[in-house]
Write a protein that binds this ligand. Structure first.
Ligand code: HSE
Length: 306
């Protein structure tokens, strides 16, 4: 067993347009840093800054415990999570913490976990945070690049590594409102019209092929969603206005990041201008916002082991 492990895990964009609960894109920035210490008397989880996340019933705790239990270990641990990824913003905050926590626990226990096991453990974190064990964010945060969930049960995933992707910038704009994933999922219907499903199959297939073909213009062109967005838009009254601002400033694609409220734009150039215009549009709709200009990034990394 190790006594100290430090891991970092990135934010991610789930769904990536049409791929509800299936596509994910790891971001270069921001990242959560998770420090796990064993050899302590009491289990404690500390988040920095203090987002008033419950100290035990939280995603990271659930994910770390799942790995510990699998190994029949029940020792107390201290976990410090330096949150680069703001909770409730739509860029996979609970996923980054869960993946970091599960990976740190596996490394601390000298357990060579398969990717699928880390994903499965992290999905328990997602379930705790949002009521649903979706694995699109955790897969992207663990593996990096553009990810595809081929199957949920059993877990089977694909990652197109960042080196194989086309080069582009991603502007993520986060309005100063919290939209819980639980709420964003509660507005979705149990069934959707076949024509909408067909549209999304076309978008998804085109995006995957265009990613491999390094054709970012085509990825941007088909970053649409006929299945989920029409229902979620009622929770995001700013959506059309901000999209118009982004594309008007030169973005080649635009969509909601995960369950929202964050939105993202794909740019080949003009990322700063796009960010400024998206923030202006949010302001005009009555919301303060902040943008992050980033790109596709690598997955979780083990930084220190002692
Ligand atoms: N695929 C999930 C959703 C991601 O859209 O609800 C949540 O972050």
């Amino acid at each position: 067993m190790k006594s100290y492990v430090k891991v970092s895990a990135p934010a991610s964009i789930a769904n990536f347009g049409p791929g509800f609960d299936t596509f994910g894109m790891a971001l270069e920035e921001p990242r959560d840093v998770i420090e796990l210490t064993l050899d302590v008397y009491e289990t404690e989880i500390e988040t920095v800054p203090d987002y008033s996340i419950p100290t035990k019933k939280n995603a990271a705790f659930a994910a770390a415990n799942a790995i510990a239990w699998k190994n029949r270990v029940n020792s107390p641990f201290h976990m410090k999570i330096t949150k680069g990824v703001r909770p409730g913003s739509g860029i996979g905050s609970s996923a980054a913490s869960s993946v970091g926590a599960a990976l740190a626990m596996a490394v601390a226990m000298d357990y060579e976990a398969k990717d699928e096991e880390i994903i499965q453990a992290s999905s328990l974190g997602e379930k705790m945070a949002s009521g649903s064990a979706h694995i699109d964010n955790v897969t992207a945060s663990l593996l990096g690049g553009f990810t595809i969930v081929s199957s949920r049960n059993p877990v089977d995933v694909i990652s197109i590594p960042v080196e194989r992707l086309p080069k582009f910038d991603i502007v993520v704009t986060l309005p100063d409102v919290v939209l819980e994933t639980r709420k964003s999922r509660s507005v979705l219907p149990r069934q959707v019209p076949l024509t909408d499903a067909v549209e999304n199959i076309s978008y998804c297939s085109t995006i995957v092929h265009s990613m491999l073909d390094r054709n970012i213009e085509k990825v941007g062109k088909y970053l649409n969603d006929a299945v989920v967005l029409p229902y979620r838009k009622q929770l995001m009254p700013w959506y059309d206005r901000v999209m118009k601002a982004a594309t008007g400033a030169g973005a080649i694609g635009f969509s909601v990041s995960g369950a929202g409220p964050a939105v993202f734009a794909i740019c080949i150039e003009n990322a700063r201008k796009v960010a400024a215009e998206m923030e202006k549009a949010f302001k005009a709709a009555g919301f303060k916002s902040q943008s992050i200009i980033t790109k596709p990034g690598k997955g979780a990394e083990v930084l220190t082991v002692k």
